[in-house]
Each structure stands twice: as structure tokens, then as C-alpha cells.
Design a protein around this ligand. Structure first.
Ligand SMILES: [Zn+2]
Ligand SMILES: [Zn+2]
Length: 692
């Protein structure tokens, strides 16, 4: 064989084979071929923090295959992904099959390899990469190695400390711990938040002018005399209402303006994950898995990127598509370019976009294997790309200021008896890019055509009690945005950071798409804040990420960077191990008794959320799924229906009389409380309350 090409996955190999001739053999490494050892520290802190890489047991066989394939080939092409991770895989591959370490069979480590990099698996990009090969970029490899080592230093030293001082089985990670702290801090803000009462006063007014006669609209009180209207309680609101019910209303001023709404820039990893969560309810992990499939099938550009840059040809293609499909009106007047925020000029990829804008349905390019999820995510990426070259949406906004002059000379509120109200209306004048991407929730309200100085008739005055809202809990989308805003995430880390927090039961899903810390999560964050403030400090972590970027750019060395972190950190670990007291995790009690040993059941948290466990643990290992009342009635025996979760976190509905009554359903039963009608459960559910 003349040419051997190594990529990470069989899918990528298959796609690549369409573009390279039969003289190229393409094989998959199946991801990383070497990693730090599992059961030991694996970093030589005395020797420049050198990582001790090993070939994991399950990889030895495939590495042997790779090494044998490499023997005698004329040219070795390393075509792994175009980022630090891919560069490191390529470097490790070369070390392994280059014969330097095990297995012993292999080609000599020489210069006859080429590193090829492409950001999309299309004919043009691939052929271009193969005619412009380079050597491995040691700086990128160092940066990946530095991240791996740094994470190992933190994880390997902090986790045992957490076991001793908080609870066994816990883990701490670098980025993961800061993310946890953000979630815990937010929860505490919510806990101490005191809602403030306020009142909204509105007048329903009727126009008397020609053409608008009889049209009623609502105006909201904004000023009392010269002061901003701040209505704090019912007493105050009632007085204002009394004043306003006895007043003359006159239109003071009408303002109209066209608000131009620009489309969002094309997707980066972070914004794709956010949109995936908001629009498709995908976890970041799921979004990335599907995006990777699309990339490996050659349908989208590389999915790990922090760049919003677009190739000029891609912009041209999108613009041609828009003009043909929607007409010139919908085309942005000039091609839109987007600025890269990231400082990593040399790693500057492209935004995530379709490789061929003509492909709108995946059957055309996916060999008919596209699942609904693939189609949905592709759609989202396609729409975002097309929309970014479309014309702005235009929203016409109108505001009408209305004065209310109290008629009686004895007005109740201390002012000059003069109030100001404002009505606002908005209307989508031109939908522009909304046509493709969908419009945001614009509340369209058209005001009647009133004129300045026109007198209005009062229909009714309304007042409504409101309370200020606490800050919102993070969702997966807003947490990613927060990580990015604080410069502590990178395209490769958002998804694993969030899924690790779930896996460790540090956070749980509550209400609609929101995240809250579990008691263990709170205690762990408290422990880290108290003893390792830097580890959970956003600017410290951002500084470390910045150091890693500098290593990638060749502006900084790995060893001194590690040293700077390691020395104070190792000392602190020792100190805390000796001095810190054990922290207590709050345990939530319940009224339920264990049917095996009669001890109270308590709430515990797992990867998939809450469940009930016996407080007699470890003597009694009884656990149960936690059930929530639904107010619905069982169609079989009239018992109450409760909502429960399976061990794997899937929600189902069951009868409280289980095991006597076997009624259960995967879907929420109809809300009718008619016990006559028997609801068929769509799928038979087999479950038991035992843990093992
Ligand atoms: Zn028990
Ligand atoms: Zn029942």
C-alpha cells in the first residue's frame, strides 16, 4: 500500500473514501490511542510534569492493527480532527505506531508522515488539505497535554480530600467545580431573595377620532407628577385609581420608529448547544453527538469551534440560495461577515454551517440514515446560516404618551394632580430573516390611529398587584452562556462539564429545563470555596484557560505553567488534609418508613435525580422511586395516580396501590377523573422498587 490515512472514526473514514482514490487506505483509530493511566497519578511533577501515557487495555488490539497496517506504507497521513484534541491524537498515534513505545511492531519514527487538516469533509476541502500537508504542531499538542495534566493534578489531589472531608465517592474537576459554584451561588441568591411588592396601574382608553372611534387600548401609568411612578402597596394603588377614575385624558405625543432586528451570527459550539437546548430540548452532550455525526458525514463544518468566521464561498452560496428562493427583498444588502471574538487567530476555524446550502433535507446526503434528531439539528444549523445573510426584520414601534389631569381639586395622591401614562404597540413590518429562522416572541399590538392633543374617553382603570422576581435559575443553555461569558469554557469542554455535574449528582433538573444544586453539590462547593478559593474562582480559571491558549500559540511553555499552579496548590492540599474539619451534607427526611426495617426514608440524589433511600444505610439498602401526587385517579381501582421516575430517569405514571394494582403508563393519563373509562397503557412497564 502506498498511502495510509488514519482518522478517528469509521464514519469519517467512509466519508473520506469518497474523495480519495483507491491508492489510499483509510482506517480509524477509534478515538484516543493513549491516555493517562486510570489507577495512578500518572504525572511526573519532578520531571517537567511529564505525563505517563499508557495504551488502555481495550485499545491494545486496535493499536496493534494500526501498527501493522503502518508497516511498509510509503506515506502515512494523519487526518484527525482540526483542533488540539485531534492534534494530540495524531501525535500519540505517531508515538505508538512509530515504534517508540509498545507495541514493538511498527514503522520507524521518521519524517515520512503528513498531518492534514480540514474543517469540513467535502471533496474540495479534503483534496486541498492533502495537497497542503504540514507537520505536527507541537504547540497544539502541548496545550492539549497541559489541559490533561492540569485536570489530572486537580482531580487526583482534590477528590480523595473530598471523600475524607465531605462524602466518599465525590470528585472535583477544574472547570466542573467553577461551574458548580456558579449554580450554587445562584441558588443562594434565590434563597435569600425577598420579593418586593409593586402595583401596575393601567387605564383602558377609547379614541374618539374619525376612523379610530370606539377602539380601546391600554396605557400604563409611568409618572406621577414629575416623579417616576412607583406604586408600592394597595393603599397607594387605590388612591391613584380613584384619582384616575376622575380625570381628563389627552394624547400628548406619538412616537413611531422602525426597529431593525439583525440576524444572529452563525453558530459556534457554545451557541449551537444553547439553541439545541432552547429550541430542541437536547442536552449539550446530545447536541454534540449529533453534530459530530453530521460533520463526519460531510454535512456540516467542524462542530468544535469558537469562531463565527465564514468562508466567502459559503456566504456566496447562501446568498444565491436566498435570492432564488425568497427574492432580492430578503437578501441582506451586503454580505455579512462576522468578527472572531476568540484570541486564537491560528486556531481560527469557521463557524458551524452546512457544507452545501442546497441540501435542505438529509436524505439527499445521509444515505437515508438520518434520524429525526439529525434532521432537526441540521435544520437549525442550516437556518442559522441562511438567516445570517438575509435582510433585517423591521419592527414598527409606536408609543403614545397620554396625560391624565385629575378633575377634582382634592386629588388623593400628593402631586399636582397630573399623571402620565404610556401605551406601546409593535408590529412586524417586514419579516426578513424571521422568515427562515422563525420570529422571536414579539407581542404584536397595534394601537389605534390617534392624534396629538386628542381627548380620550376613559373606559376603566385597572390595578394589579405584582412582586419582583428572584434571579432565574440557570438552564443548561444559560449556564453555558455564563461559562463562555466568564471565559472559562472552551468548545471541547462545555458539554462534558455539564454532564459530569449530573453524573456526580451535584446538580439536578428542576421545573422546566432549570438546574438546581443538590445538597451534596452545595456542600462540595462550600468546601471548595472555603479551602480552595482559587479553584472555584472564575477569573483564576479564566487565567488558566488563557495560559493554555498561550501554550497553543507557542507563547508560553507547559512546564513552568504547571509549576506556577502546582506549588501553592500541593501545599494547600496538604494543609487542608490535616486541618480541615469534616463538613456535613444536609439530609432531607421524609414521613415515609422503610417497610423492611421501619427506619425513616430519606431523599438521596443520583445521576437521574432524586430517589428515596433507607436512613439505615449501609445496614439496610432499601431504595424506592420517589413519587409525586398528580390528583388523577387510577382507572383500575380508583387509587391515586402518582408520577415516578425509573432508575434511568424516565418519567412514568403509576397507581399508588402498587403492587396490588398493576396500572402504569409511560404517557400522562388524560386529566378526566372518570373512573369508568379504562385507559390502556401504551407499553407494558415492568419495574420493581428494589435497587438491585
Ligand atoms: Zn430500611
Ligand atoms: Zn390502581
Amino acid at each position: 500500500m502506498k498511502n495510509l490515512v488514519i482518522v478517528e472514526s469509521p464514519t469519517k473514514a467512509r466519508t473520506l473514501s469518497h474523495f480519495l482514490g483507491p491508492e489510499y487506505k483509510i482506517i480509524a483509530s477509534m478515538g484516543h490511542v493513549r491516555d493517562l493511566p486510570r489507577g495512578e497519578f500518572g504525572v511526573d511533577v519532578e520531571k517537567n510534569f511529564e505525563p505517563k501515557y499508557v495504551i488502555p487495555k481495550e485499545k491494545i488490539k486496535s493499536v496493534n492493527v494500526l501498527a501493522k497496517e503502518a508497516v511498509g506504507v510509503e506515506k502515512l497521513w494523519l487526518a484527525t480532527d482540526p483542533d488540539r484534541e485531534g492534534e494530540a491524537i495524531a501525535w500519540n498515534l505517531l508515538q505508538v505506531i512509530g515504534g517508540k513505545s509498545q507495541p514493538k511492531v511498527g514503522r520507524p519514527l521518521d519524517e515520512s508522515y503528513s498531518r492534514v487538516v480540514f474543517h469540513e469533509i467535502t471533496k474540495e476541502a479534503v483534496l486541498d488539505a492533502f495537497s497542503n500537508p504540514r507537520k505536527l504542531d507541537d504547540d497544539l499538542v502541548s496545550a492539549q497535554q497541559a489541559r490533561r495534566v492540569l485536570d489530572r493534578l486537580v482531580g487526583y489531589k482534590l477528590s480523595p480530600l473530598l471523600w475524607k472531608k465531605v462524602k466518599s465517592g465525590l470528585s472535583a474537576g477544574r472547570v466542573q467545580s467553577v461551574a458548580l459554584r456558579l449554580v450554587v451561588d445562584r441558588e443562594r441568591e434565590i434563597e435569600v431573595f425577598k420579593p418586593q411588592e409593586y402595583w401596575v396601574v393601567q387605564a383602558e382608553l377609547e379614541s374618539q377620532s374619525e376612523g379610530s372611534k370606539g377602539k380601546v387600548f391600554e396605557a400604563t401609568l409611568i409618572k406621577i407628577g414629575a416623579e417616576k411612578a412607583e406604586v408600592k402597596n394597595k393603599e397607594q394603588a387605590d388612591k391613584i385609581v380613584a384619582d384616575l377614575e376622575d380625570a381628563n385624558y389627552k394624547v400628548l405625543e406619538i412616537k413611531t420608529k422602525d426597529n431593525h432586528k439583525f440576524p444572529n451570527p452563525p453558530f459556534t459550539t457554545s451557541t449551537l448547544q444553547q439553541a439545541g437546548a432552547n429550541k430542541l430540548s437536547f442536552t449539550p452532550k446530545r447536541t454534540m453527538r449529533i453534530a459530530q455525526d453530521l460533520y463526519e458525514q460531510g454535512l456540516i463544518t467542524y462542530m468544535r469551534t469558537d469562531s463565527v468566521n465564514l468562508a466567502p464561498q459559503a456566504v456566496d452560496a447562501a446568498r444565491k440560495f436566498i435570492e432564488t428562493e425568497f427574492g432580492k427583498n430578503y437578501l441582506a444588502s451586503v454580505p455579512r461577515g462576522y468578527k472572531v471574538k476568540s484570541k486564537l487567530a491560528q486556531e481560527a476555524h469557521e463557524a458551524i454551517r452546512p457544507t452545501n446550502v442546497q441540501v435542505t433535507h438529509l436524505r439527499q446526503g445521509f444515505g437515508g440514515q438520518a434520524s429525526a434528531d439529525h434532521q432537526k439539528l441540521y435544520d437549525l444549523i442550516w437556518k442559522r446560516m441562511v438567516a445570517c445573510q438575509m435582510a433585517e426584520a423591521i419592527i414598527a414601534e409606536t408609543s403614545v404618551d397620554v396625560s391624565a389631569q385629575v378633575l377634582s381639586s382634592k386629588f388623593k395622591v400628593q402631586s399636582d394632580g397630573n399623571y402620565l401614562l404610556r401605551a406601546t404597540g409593535q408590529k412586524i413590518e417586514f419579516d426578513g430573516w424571521y422568515k427562515v429562522y422563525g420570529k422571536p416572541p414579539v407581542k404584536e399590538q397595534v394601537l389605534p390611529d390617534v392624534r396629538a392633543n386628542e381627548m380620550l374617553d376613559l373606559v376603566k382603570v385597572n390595578s394589579e398587584q405584582k412582586f419582583t422576581e428572584p434571579p432565574a435559575r440557570f438552564s443548561e443553555a444559560t449556564l453555558i452562556r455564563e461559562l463562555e461569558k466568564n471565559d472559562i469554557g472552551r468548545p471541547s469542554t462545555y458539554a462534558p462539564t455539564i454532564s459530569t455535574l449530573y453524573d456526580r449528582a451535584y446538580i439536578e433538573r428542576v421545573e422546566e429545563k432549570k438546574i438546581a444544586p443538590t445538597p451534596v453539590g452545595k456542600t462540595t462547593a462550600d468546601f471548595l470555596v472555603k479551602y480552595f478559593p482559587e479553584i472555584v474562582d472564575t477569573s483564576f480559571t479564566a487565567g488558566m484557560e488563557d495560559d493554555l491558549d498561550k501554550i497553543a500559540q507557542g507563547k508560553q511553555e507547559m512546564a513552568p505553567t504547571m509549576e506556577k499552579f502546582w506549588e501553592p496548590f500541593a501545599k494547600q492540599v496538604e494543609k487542608v488534609a490535616e486541618e480541615a474539619e469534616k463538613m456535613k451534607v444536609v439530609v432531607e427526611e421524609t414521613d415515609e418508613k422503610c417497610e423492611k426495617c421501619d427506619k425513616p426514608m430519606v431523599i438521596r440524589y443520583g445521576r437521574y435525580g432524586k430517589f428515596l433511600a433507607c436512613s439505615g444505610f449501609p445496614e439496610c439498602k432499601n431504595t424506592k422511586t420517589l413519587s409525586e401526587p398528580t390528583g388523577l385517579t387510577c382507572p383500575t381501582d380508583g387509587g391515586n395516580i402518582v408520577m415516578k421516575k425509573t432508575r434511568r430517569g424516565r418519567t412514568f405514571w403509576g397507581c399508588e396501590n402498587w403492587p396490588k394494582c398493576k396500572w402504569a403508563s409511560w404517557t400522562k393519563p388524560a386529566t378526566t377523573k372518570n373512573t369508568e373509562k379504562k385507559t390502556e397503557s401504551t407499553e407494558k412497564i415492568v419495574f420493581n422498587t428494589e435497587n438491585k
